[in-house]
Design a protein around this ligand. Structure first.
Ligand code: ADP
Ligand code: MG
Length: 691
């Protein structure tokens, strides 16, 4: 099966600089947020469509509505003498005085085209001040005869700083023209008919250039169709990949567990039944003829590391090497220390490899990895660097796997022959969805937590109760406890969020200077951030004010309180992850979820779920129910396996896409139209990867 992207799709995979109006500067802005190819633009969907030409009377239009009105111009207020001031047009419409305000205006366009006594048509967002209605930098202004230049139904896109809606929609309209005509249909006719779906191109066109009013939601057949396409492509990709690369006849490992048993003797606890069951899954994979490709799911604190170690030690006992990759430096160090301790009674050689290891030591470690002296290498992304070569790599474990992409996964696997793959993840995912993300992987779940844990007490409070919370943490700090304070830092509202985060840091620093509050967020320099977390770890600081960077597996057992500001803005799975940062010792821990004024009813329900349960699997199911699959995935995915259009499809269709894909691949019925589909959604990338 040789995969080639059909050449007639090339225009869709050209760089967006091909589109008139996208120069180097815009390209840069778009590249990071949307993507650099034409197809990425096409898959950038509007979040709403507005009907510009169907407005209420001015009397009834609320502030901030987007409206289009004919206005008689009565006066110009020029900014000729002071270009820092806005240029204003004053006019009348439906008995209201209108002000049309242009900031940063230079030139003579307005004077020339919209003189006093002319009638103009203006479209944009309004503000109301008593009897005055104000358009500030309107989206469109034309003389009234040119009304046709204003789009009736206009898609509004999630904006990217520096690129306005007009440019974006113009570029996307151009991109639409690059869709090749006569794309084949890849969804079986019966399904298309049953659902009354349009074709792929029709769906994209109708969403980006609507000629009727459409709602951008999961009831839209256009969006359902595209969602289905995406999932179908993803499933086909996975099935093809699975069929091609599932290696049979691996050299079987022997079922040896002497090392692991010996190490267990040094532990002060017994494994839970669930841990033991998962270890059995791993042994049976390792000792079979097929390569292991398994994901181990277990709630935060459920003890995944030790389960993974059972597999690692089996491989080492079979005279091969193991690697364990984690997303951060700190986590790698934690694993390194734990594993070194755990395996102390054996003569196993463990090495740590991160970007911070100095050059001489690195060379020596690399040498020992490649000559087979080292048994287990633990590290960050450094592990997949080309310079790392193994003598005989038998298993690759990836912790917090959702922080890595398919490409990184394959790079680890390429470090040896028939390497067994074990992925660890703490974000439980509903069974019905797991196949969409992990379609090519087997799944084991650790369902119970170690028995010595106290339940974390969760409280839900409005932000106004800040003073009360402050008093509570003040007592806790005096009592030698350690506190995480988390604020949202979301991409869409990054600038504002950063301000609030820094403000919170300032305020807490003022109130608790004695405890040296320290700051860690995703926009900081990596080194600074890790230093900051380290200070918290070492007790130099006792409050860590952070964004969700702390969500990833950090184990600071003596932290007992986590406060999450604007908790309503996080996904449930994410909140659950964050909460899992505390409750890691036998001390009683607390999680305080604080919500803002604008919390929705669903938002309240979600926080209530958090308060009432600590079962990650239940929470994941609930999240799915309350927010739908797309959102549930949103916070979990890493770049390469992104499903952009997923929010619009339901569970049944997910299953249908999977069944179709399995059927097509297993019966060798993969045709041209499927290749087109898989290519369109870029899922060929990961098939090509391994060839
Ligand atoms: P996670 O699943 O979040 O990665 P870890 O593997 O880091 O969890 O384990 C969390 C802590 O629980 C570690 O300190 C580990 O030694 C401990 N632990 C693991 N299994 C058990 C058990 N069965 N009983 C008690 N403590 C355990
Ligand atoms: Mg872990």
């Amino acid at each position: 099966m040789k995969f080639q992207r059909p050449s007639f799709l090339y225009p869709l995979f050209s760089e967006i600089t091909l589109i008139p109006g996208i120069g180097p500067k815009t390209f840069k802005l778009l590249e990071s947020k949307i993507g650099k190819k034409v197809i990425d633009l096409l898959f950038h969907l509007p979040h709403t469509v507005i009907n510009r030409l169907d407005n209420l009377d001015l009397k009834h239009c609320p502030t901030n509505s987007i409206i289009t009105k004919k206005i008689l111009i009565t006066k110009h207020i020029s900014n000729f003498y002071n270009s820092k001031r806005p240029y204003k047009l004053i006019g009348h419409c439906e008995n209201f005085e209108i002000e049309i305000v242009f900031f940063n205006y230079k030139g003579q366009y307005i004077e020339k085209n919209f003189p006093v006594n002319s009638v103009v048509i203006v479209s944009g967002k309004i503000n109301r001040f008593n009897e005055i209605v104000k358009f500030t930098n309107p989206d469109y202004i034309y003389e009234v005869s040119q009304i046709d230049k204003i789009p009736k139904f206009e898609p509004i896109y999630p904006l990217t700083a520096g690129v306005n809606n007009k440019l974006l929609s113009k570029s996307i309209r151009h991109a639409i023209k690059l869709i090749p005509p006569d794309l084949p249909e890849w969804i079986p006719n019966k399904i298309v008919k049953e659902n009354n779906w349009p074709s792929f191109s029709e769906a994209l066109k109708s969403i980006h250039i609507p000629n009727t009013m459409i709602e951008v939601d999961n009831k839209s057949s256009y969006l359902q169709r595209l969602s289905f396409d995406e999932v179908f492509a993803n499933q086909l990709g996975m099935q093809i990949y699975k069929k091609k690369y599932q290696t049979l006849n691996v050299n079987k490992n022997k079922r040896k567990s002497k090392y692991f048993k010996k190490c267990l003797e040094s532990l002060s606890f017994n494994l839970t039944n669930s841990q033991n069951e998962c270890i059995e899954d791993l042994y049976s994979d390792l000792c079979s003829k097929t390569q292991m490709k398994r994901i181990l799911q277990g709630d935060v604190g459920s003890g995944k590391t030790i389960v993974a170690l059972a597999a690692i030690l089996n491989v080492i006992e079979n005279s091969k090497q193991a690697s364990l990759m984690a997303p951060t430096e700190l986590l790698s160090i934690q694993h390194y220390n734990f594993i070194k301790n755990f395996t102390e009674s054996l003569s196993i050689k463990v090495a740590l490899l991160t970007s911070k290891i100095d050059k001489d030591e690195r060379i020596s470690i690399l040498d020992k990895i490649s000559n087979g002296y080292i048994d287990i290498v633990i590290g960050t992304h450094s592990l997949i660097s080309d310079r790392v070569t193994f003598n005989n790599l038998g298993i690759a474990v990836i912790d917090e796997q959702h922080k890595f992409g398919v490409i990184q996964r394959s790079k680890v696997l390429a470090k040896g022959e028939n390497v067994h793959l074990l992925l660890l993840t703490a974000t439980p995912i509903p069974r019905s969805l797991s196949m969409t993300v992990y379609g090519d992987l087997d799944l084991s779940e650790i369902k119970e937590k170690p028995k010595n844990r106290k339940k974390i007490i969760t409280k839900v409070l409005p932000l106004e109760k800040y003073e009360k919370v402050k008093m509570a943490i003040s007592r806790a700090l005096e009592n030698e406890e350690k506190i995480y304070w988390v604020c949202p830092l979301l991409e869409e509202t990054e600038k504002l969020d950063l301000v609030s985060l820094n403000n919170r840091f300032k305020i807490l620093t003022k109130s608790f200077s004695k405890f040296n509050p320290t700051l860690a967020h995703g926009k900081m320099d990596n080194y600074e951030r890790e230093k900051s977390i380290e200070r918290f770890f070492n007790n130099e600081s006792r409050i860590l004010i952070a964004s969700t960077v702390i969500e990833v597996g950090i184990d600071i057992p003596d932290a007992t309180i986590i406060i999450i500001e604007n908790a309503e803005r996080f996904g449930l799975a994410q909140l659950h992850q964050l909460r899992g940062r505390v409750g890691r010792s036998s001390l009683q821990s607390y999680c305080i979820l604080m919500y803002g004024k604008n919390i929705s009813e669903v938002g309240k329900l979600r926080l209530k779920t958090m308060r009432d349960t600590d079962d990650g699997f239940f929470i994941a199911e609930k999240d799915l129910e309350l927010r739908g699959p797309g959102e549930v995935f949103g916070t979990r995915q890493s770049g390469e396996n992104e499903l952009k259009l997923l929010p619009f499809i339901d569970k049944e269709k997910l299953m249908l896409a999977k069944d179709l894909a399995i059927d097509i691949v297993s019966t060798n019925n993969l045709n041209f139209e499927h290749e087109v589909l898989v290519s369109l959604f870029n899922k060929d990338e990961y098939i090509k990867l391994m060839s």
